[in-house]
Design a protein around this ligand. Structure first.
Ligand code: ZN
Length: 89
């Protein structure tokens, strides 16, 4: 299956304005995670329950939080994830 690639927003960009973008967030225990803007409905959701490897590959596959109104369900890669987590404390 083809992976859906999310593009990073600028580190200082607080809002996910565009569908299909992500930013780094810090989850419980200081664990790095990401917040996505769904490419279909534009709603934001956290990946705190997912694993993100150094190449930005997310496991398991991502199902939109708002699945009653949105059918997004894909394997996801976060573009430039490694640079983002290394470049930001
Ligand atoms: Zn959605």
């Amino acid at each position: 299956m083809e992976r859906y690639v999310f593009q990073k927003v600028q580190p200082d960009d607080v809002w996910l304005k565009e569908k299909g973008t992500y930013k780094i967030a810090t989850g419980s225990g200081g664990k790095k995670t990401a917040i996505l803007s769904c490419p279909k409905c534009g709603e934001s959701q956290s990946l705190s329950e997912h694993t993100i490897d150094n190449n930005g590959e997310v496991n398991p596959s991502v199902v939109c939080y708002f699945k009653e109104k949105c059918d997004f369900h894909e394997w996801v890669t976060l573009a430039n994830y490694k640079e983002l987590i290394n470049g930001k404390s």
